[in-house]
Design a protein around this ligand. Structure first.
Ligand code: 5AD
Ligand code: SF4
Length: 441
């Protein structure tokens, strides 16, 4: 690396936790070379955006950011602008043609090459593209540079083979592949040595994990055995791969959190079929009940798309009806956004923006009601809360999460960040719980 030219870099992350973890990898690679990270664009010699393509509005944000970076570059010609991640994969031709000031375009499987490509660009000042997807790259033996916090993201598999008809991920991130159990364990042990107490196992399809016959349940047990791991979470699973064995493993270990993100997408069998989701509403409902049977206090969250092509009002009501039957603790709800390469984009029966918006509004009202209802049921219960940070609203209070992933605000007392403390829940306001630490217990 020609460090006389590039001394400081900025790196901004858009999108999912997988991108956060990938940015930590890139930061690890660059800081190992002696480069310094900065949040100040004025002093950066290179600015990288790690991008997301899941919905059109994610891309819009990056396009507008790139417009700002272009202005900075006009006064600072040596500035290197890099687009990393899913949009690089998806929009390389568009970027090359319409944004020639973007110097480096790197897909999610090409991060190891970042030092070489910076060098090449510094030498010949030409835009460089590397978006080749790999069947094997899992970034083994690279240790991410993590911020000073309690939770370490650990990527265990990459890519997705499910091809839900709405989703661009199989095209931007390529085929499924898993890391070895040994390398995951080694990384978790290192993270614990560095002081991290919570481990979140990550993958586009985390429970499709399979390495030489070892399943996701096997991996969870192995991580759970590591000394010093206070909490384990994982995201995002596919309902098809949530089975009783996995739930029993979760229930059997104290340090595996009682929380499942369970993406429903729709409650209509016709829509699920056109989405290529491979399960029915009946199966989804039965599994949700199984989760609560095996882990009675399990937190359940979901993802739902409204306005998928052809979704009738009746089919939308079936989704509301299934939400009512299950009652999720929280839901991430999205208006369907047509994505290039996907099957659903080709469907001819797209739904108007107005209808999507009114369905989304109705769904949000229902979800808010469920969240409040479930949170109110927790008032008077005792919860183990892992203190994560200072409350945004008061420096006399901590914010932490229950095992089941609910936020709780408590007074500071003598506790500290990373402590797990017993708390009695005293109040529920919307998505937030308030509680009192039980001292001397
Ligand atoms: N439009 C809207 N939402 C989408 N998601 C994925 N693709 C799309 C799309 N084209 C949502 C799904 C997924 C979450 C990560 O993003 O609900 O679970
Ligand atoms: Fe996308 Fe479906 Fe794969 Fe999730 S499982 S990343 S929604 S294709």
């Amino acid at each position: 690396m020609d460090s006389s030219v590039i001394k400081k870099f900025a790196l901004e992350t858009y999108g999912c936790q997988m991108n956060v973890a990938d940015s930590e990898l890139v930061e690890g690679i660059l800081t190992n070379l002696g480069l310094e990270k900065t949040a100040n664009y004025d002093e950066a010699d290179a600015i990288f955006l790690n991008t997301c393509a899941i919905r059109e509005n994610a891309e819009t944000k990056v396009h507008s950011k790139l417009g700002n970076l272009h202005k900075i570059k006009l006064n600072k010609p040596h500035l290197i602008i890099g687009v990393l991640g899913c949009m690089a994969q998806n929009l390389k031709d568009d970027l090359l043609k319409n944004k020639p000031y973007v110097d480096i375009i790197l897909g999610p499987d090409s991060y190891r090459k970042i030092p070489d490509l910076i060098n090449r660009h510094v030498k010949d000042n030409k835009s460089i593209v590397d978006t080749k997807l790999s069947r094997y790259e899992v970034y083994e033996n690279l240790f991410p540079s993590r911020g000073d916090t309690f939770n370490a993201w650990v990527s265990i598999m990459r890519g997705c083979d499910k091809f839900c008809s709405f989703c661009i991920v199989p095209f931007t991130r390529g085929r499924e592949r898993s890391r070895s159990v040994e390398s995951v364990i080694e990384e978790v042990k290192k993270a614990v040595d560095q002081g991290f107490v919570e481990i979140t196992l990550l993958g586009q399809n985390v429970n499709s994990y399979n390495f030489e016959g070892k399943s996701f349940s096997d991996l969870l047990l192995a991580v759970s055995d590591i000394n010093g791991v206070k909490r384990i979470r994982y995201t995002s699973p596919h309902p098809q791969d949530i089975n009783v064995e996995l739930l029993e493993v979760m229930a059997s270990r104290k340090n595996i959190c009682n929380y499942v993100h369970f993406p429903m997408q729709s409650g209509s069998n016709e829509v699920l079929k056109r989405m290529n989701r491979t399960y029915t509403r009946e199966h989804f409902y039965d599994m949700a009940m199984k989760i609560r049977e095996i882990m009675p206090n399990c937190g359940l969250s979901t993802d739902i798309i409204v306005g998928f092509p052809g979704e009738t009002d009746e089919q939308f009501r079936e989704t509301l009806d299934l939400m009512e039957a299950i009652k999720f603790n929280s839901a991430f709800t999205f208006k369907y956004s047509p994505r290039p390469y996907t099957k659903a984009e080709q469907f001819s029966d797209h739904i108007s923006e107005d209808i999507k918006k009114s369905r989304l509004d109705e769904m949000l009202i229902l979800q808010r009601k469920h969240t409040l209802e479930l949170n109110q049921n927790m008032v008077g219960t005792f919860q183990q809360v892992l203190i994560e940070k200072e409350s945004k609203k008061s420096n006399l209070h901590w914010a932490g999460r229950t095992d089941s992933n609910e936020w709780v605000i408590i007074e500071k007392n003598n506790s500290n960040i990373k402590d797990i403390v017993p708390v009695e829940i005293s109040d529920a306001t919307g998505v937030i719980l308030h509680g009192k630490e039980i001292t001397g217990a």
